[in-house]
Design a protein around this ligand. Structure first.
Ligand code: FE
Length: 340
């Protein structure tokens, strides 16, 4: 009798474990800082192809990171998707990611766009935007020019604490060393037209309004304004000029949006399938186009009217991990030179 009861308990437990294992393959918990209209198709196609249901938790990057940290070993999160190398570096430094082992990703995503733990699925560029009525394009061809005393009281910037500017300075540290990067930052601060405030689009609007002569912005904010049908946005676009910076030297600074599988992921198989899917031709188009970005897989070409209008350019091929590596030092430099 006793033996029979034990057998039944053992069998029940086995069935329960089996059920959990099966359930693990049918769902995926995605913590994402992206939320674009085209993402709906991106996710529903994955479910169609694999039968794996995606549960999405969408919030701001820092909130998601905080949440994963607090959930600890019990976190339901399988995949974390965010923007900017500096933010992925932060997740990495917290030890949140599992090592990424995927033949598909190794074959399809260029090596300079991934680390051992995370991978880029799209790229964006940091462009120079200037007031056509006040600035000659020849004087703002390089990021270095923004520190030139000739541009005194002409430069608008967002906060130095923001990942986009941290990554930009991180690239300069990698190319020119700490000292030169610091004197650049110092020179830019000396050229500020006003104290840093607002996001990239606010900087573009400030340039168009004549509040300042020049700024930098991520390409997709510009593309968004270019594709907007609002008259006030079209007025902004008409007033500004755009430069692909550093075409005769290091190339234009690029950053990424991407993600990785969490160390504590309960559905690791589904997570790997999802990342492989994001590297597929079909998903790459949705992923990049949803935010006016470029696909990370070089053979995939989007047909985005704004990006087409901006034309082609030489991109900096600095490994993205270098940006991540130098992000902390970049913040120290901004603090030292008073780029708040
Ligand atoms: Fe952004």
């Amino acid at each position: 009798m006793m033996r029979q009861t034990l057998l039944i308990i053992a069998l029940t437990a086995a069935v329960a474990i089996e059920a959990t294992a099966l359930a693990a393959d049918t769902e995926l918990n995605l913590y994402s800082a992206r939320h674009y209209q085209t993402d709906e198709a991106l996710y529903s196609n994955f479910t169609k192809q694999t039968g794996i249901k995606i549960n999405r938790i969408e919030a701001k990057e820092d909130e998601l990171l905080e949440r994963i940290k607090n959930e600890g070993a019990m976190s339901p999160a399988d995949v974390f998707i965010t923007v900017d190398a500096a933010r992925l570096a932060k997740a990495d430094a917290l030890g949140l990611f599992a090592p990424l082992k995927s033949k598909v990703i190794d074959e399809r995503i260029p090596a300079h766009l991934r680390s051992n733990d995370w991978v880029a699925f799209s790229t964006r560029a940091r462009l120079i935007v200037y007031d056509k009525s006040a600035i000659k394009p020849e004087s703002v061809q390089n990021y270095e020019d923004l520190a030139d005393p000739k541009l005194r009281n002409q430069v608008c910037m967002r906060s130095g604490a923001h990942p986009y500017n941290l990554s930009l300075l991180a690239s300069m540290i990698a190319h020119h060393g700490e000292q030169k990067a610091e004197s650049w930052a110092k020179g830019v601060v000396a050229n500020f037209a006003r104290a840093p405030k607002g996001g990239d689009t606010d900087q573009i609007r400030a340039v168009a309004a004549g509040e300042c002569g020049v700024t930098v912005s991520n390409s997709y904010y510009l593309a968004r304004l270019m594709r907007s049908s609002k008259p006030e946005d079209q007025k902004v676009v008409a007033a500004i000029g755009v430069v692909w910076p550093n075409q005769s030297s290091t190339g234009t600074h690029i950053n990424i949006s991407g993600g990785g599988i969490l160390k504590t992921a309960p559905n690791k198989e589904a997570a790997k399938k999802f990342l492989d899917y994001l590297a597929s031709d079909e998903a790459q188009l949705y992923f990049a186009d949803g935010n006016n970005e470029w696909p990370a897989v070089p053979t995939v070409k989007t047909d985005n009217p704004a990006l087409n209008a901006l034309g082609s350019f030489k991109a900096d091929t600095l490994p993205i991990v270098e940006l991540a590596r130098n992000a902390t030092l970049a913040q120290k430099i901004y603090d030292r030179v008073g780029w708040k």
